[in-house]
Design a protein around this ligand. Sequence first.
Ligand code: GAL
Length: 829
Amino acid sequence: MRDFITRFALRGVVAGFLLLPTGAAQAQQTRQEYLLTTDWKFTKGDVAEAAQPGFKDAKWQTVSVPHDWAIYGPFSSRNDLQQVRIEQNNEQQATLKAGRTGGLPFIGVGWYRRRLQVPGFGPGQRAALLFDGAMSDARVFINGQEVGRWPYGYNSFSFDITAFLKPGGENVLAVRLQNQPEASRWYPGAGLYRNVHLLVTQDVHIPVWGTYLTTPTITAEFAKVKLRTKVEAPAGAGTDLRLETTIRDAAGQAVATTSTPLAATDGQEFEQNLVVPKPQLWSPETPVLYSATSRLYAGQVLKDEYTTPFGIRSFAFEAGKGFVLNGQPRKFKGVCNHHDLGPLGAAVNTAALRRQLTLLKELGADAIRTTHNMPAPELVSLADEMGFMLIVESFDEWKKPKVKNGYSQYFDEWAEKDLVNMVHRDRNHPSVILWSIGNEVPDQWAPGGTKIAKRLQDIVHRQDPTRPVTAGMDQFDAAVNNGFAALLDLPGFNYKPHRYPEAQTKLPQGLLLGSETASTVSSRGVYKFPVVTGKDQKYSDNQSSSYDLEYCNWSQTPDEEFAAQDDLPYTLGEFVWTGFDYLGEPTPYDEKWPSHSSYFGILDLAGIPKDRFYLYRSRWNTASPTLHLLPHWTWPGREGQTTPVFCYTSYPEAELFVNGKSQGRQRKGPSDKPQTRYRLMWNEVKYAPGSIKVVAYDAQGKAVAEEEVKTAGKPDHIRLVADRTTLTADGQDLAFVTARVEDAQGNLCPEATTQLQFSVSGAGRFRAVANGDPTNLELFHQPRMQAFQGMLVALVQTTDRTGELQLKATGKNLKGATIRLQAAKPTGK
Ligand code: GAL
């Protein structure tokens, strides 16, 4: 829950910034939050005495947080080299895996230090540090004293540091982090990769994640809102407390208000019941948000103010009916996503997340499973605001390990604490629909595994009885036969469309979820001939074909899952592995360096759509039609050779023309091959330079749309296209600028590999670049990179200066390009 940031968000703690003026203003200054972004000192490696206040850190690097110390590379096959047999992938023997966790240097210890001035802090106040996530095994020190530890790198946690602070003086915050080798199956990132908040309150206050808001009754006329609010107060101070809560609608109008004395409660928690008239319901299509602002008074003195954003929506999972949101049945159009942001690594950035969600909206997706761990809080807030339903997931393993030094080492001591924090942080968010207690945990088939599942599910129910619990299961036979699958509120299956009917017969729930689907592999813009449907298909260039017919020995092409979802009414929808490519897990090239990022994404590591984007779009995006042709049509040397043409479209039928000559009409329809049901395919086309064109027909047989792909001439110039042209001058905002190598007519040169150079001038700076090639070892933060299949994406970041910024791109034998963007003053803060 992100109540406190909006009103008083301040960047950094600036010397001389007075927190608490006296008099009337003081009453308003009840709660301050500081985002600790600037002025951190950082070093890699363990350093004795680094926690001590007097330690000299002047020679350490100055960094800003969120910070991922490993994303700057260099890549090496020796980073976290793992000799393993991956059971989940049906491997029979151990092999050496070089890029499994991304080939980046994230192993080892890192230290962060920062001066922490809290001017005016003193008696009657409390201070807490809230970490949104720290990778990993965080140990936090104030003035040399350890205030707490949190091993799991993906979770949020907070410590009360009141007793450790020197009133009015200068304090030193130090954080030690440590990443072990063989602790992950993908790139985890390293460091303070999410935000760190300093919260200063009165001693009578609402603690971190102190509210729990539910909407037990929703009708067209009204919604009941039940708000439980915890209060912490020193002994004897809690007698005359009163909580005033006002609910506001999206326009800021007060729609309900109430005031409750603590005497009317159990003494530690307020319970308030309010009624919102004629509620506007939250859904992915109408992400309407309300807020509940609570003012805590001791007598006449305002002690705290806390805002809980929320949404009003009802949902149910009903056997025989499926998933029903606000009374409407629907199936999840979901993707699984890991947490990294490609070239930014794990360092969280709101603009990067917003761009991901914008692209997923365009795809027509409405749901995300946060595999296989707790997401950044920014993602959850954006999902509320932009309209995505979330499965918030907790763990990739429990007691029985998948990797040598994974979470299993912490499981017994920490699992409950981790689940409690996960639920407390995110349970007020309308976007969160399901909690997942695990992904493909080997305990599915281990003795005692079912008991653990029950225990974890019970913990989640205890903290939030309003949402069902699921888990992603891969061990179908074990889990279905030993009671594991049966005890979950909702069974989730990974890659099992052919076994859904059996699960439906054997399990009591009467519903099931495609918690992980497809795992089709492809490299953007790469096409392999001959075109074959292939399991674990590999090529000497470490790329996979974008004809979208290649998958893993445990997985499928998208079409198999589509057919199961369409034919079986008890399926709840799917979560595709994955929305975006991510660092690490370069299947099918797990053993073949330099592959070090995934091939599974619907979009590549740079966020550029692969062809598959349009296959899902044709099914998911009902707001606008899809008509997409593949492959590209620039194949010197392939003249006369068979070069199949596929069309991904929402239209039922289309006719293909090669250089004006009809190749016949194709219509989607039932057949023994699911592909012909969902794609139009002309498998016998012979390549001739010129153009391919489709004319699409609607259900009435009327020609309604066309799409053409032309053979490109030689590379001529660079074209730059920005996702946004006006940015916020807050030092964080990003523009994602796609650079295309084009011929003189503006056609993409689809095989261009020219290295492009970037420079930024004016009110911005170069931040990173990515081209989506899983084998590319150029560093993301250097202002140059080779185009991959004619494209790449450069990231430009604002500073705190307003005005124009220019990104210039040049490349050998190409006319360069410059794009101008605006950095505008931040608003509303
Ligand atoms: C699943 C697993 C994912 C990823 C995927 C690749 O078994 O849950 O994390 O490894 O396979 O297909």
